[in-house]
Design a protein around this ligand. Structure first.
Ligand code: HEM
Length: 169
């Protein structure tokens, strides 16, 4: 993975401090997602108040783990395969990606700055994350060995871990 990891980390750190922090960003993410893409609303059973914490934790893990691909890639494959159970389709990823970039931009430009470089770095990161998740979701059986070695079940869950979106790096 060749991404502007320093800029991703810096902006994610800022996102957690500025304009109401991670809570405001996460809540706005689902508010805008459901407004702009109402078709995905029925897939979500967990209320946004709880769901946004999982999303923010996974983004934090991804941003922290971009230089540790050995751990991050199986994590993303498992997450992509888990999303099959949530009814997620490949066609939903551009909507979720567009929404994430839009809310990050809104959030960070309220108190500070949002530059073209940030937009490019986040777009590249989101596209890469989506492609890794979709790749696994398209052919889960191909990833069974990798998932088992990393402690996941074939469906991407970890039997003894109720929070598989967390990643220690
Ligand atoms: C950037 C890519 C994405 C990331 C990082 C992400 C992150 C997460 C995380 C951390 C969870 C918590 C459960 C778990 O880890 O298994 C989750 C659940 C979920 N995600 Fe995603 N997701 C992404 C893309 C999508 C897309 C494209 C959709 C389609 C609309 C989607 C729909 C859902 C649904 C429906 C749930 C379950 C919600 C519930 O418990 O009711 N996600 N996601």
């Amino acid at each position: 993975m060749s991404l502007n990891t320093a800029l991703l980390a810096e902006t994610f750190q800022r996102a957690q401090q500025e304009n109401g922090g991670a809570q405001a960003l996460g809540m706005r993410f689902y508010q805008r997602l459901f407004e702009k893409y109402p078709a995905v609303r029925p897939l979500f059973n967990t209320p946004p108040e709880a769901q946004h914490k999982k999303l923010m934790a996974s983004l934090g893990a991804i941003v922290a783990g971009v230089s540790n691909t050995e751990k991050l890639v199986p994590y993303l494959h498992a997450m992509g395969i888990r999303h099959l159970k949530y009814g997620t389709e490949a066609a939903h990823y551009p909507a979720v990606g567009e929404n994430l970039i839009a809310v990050l931009k809104e959030h960070l430009s309220t108190e500070g700055s949002w530059t073209d470089e940030m937009e490019t770095s986040w777009t590249e990161a989101v596209n890469l994350i989506a492609s890794i998740m979709i790749d696994a979701a398209n052919q889960p059986e191909q990833f069974k060995g990798e998932l088992t070695a990393a402690g996941y079940e074939a469906d991407g869950f970890k039997p003894a871990d109720p929070q598989p979106w967390l990643l220690a790096v």
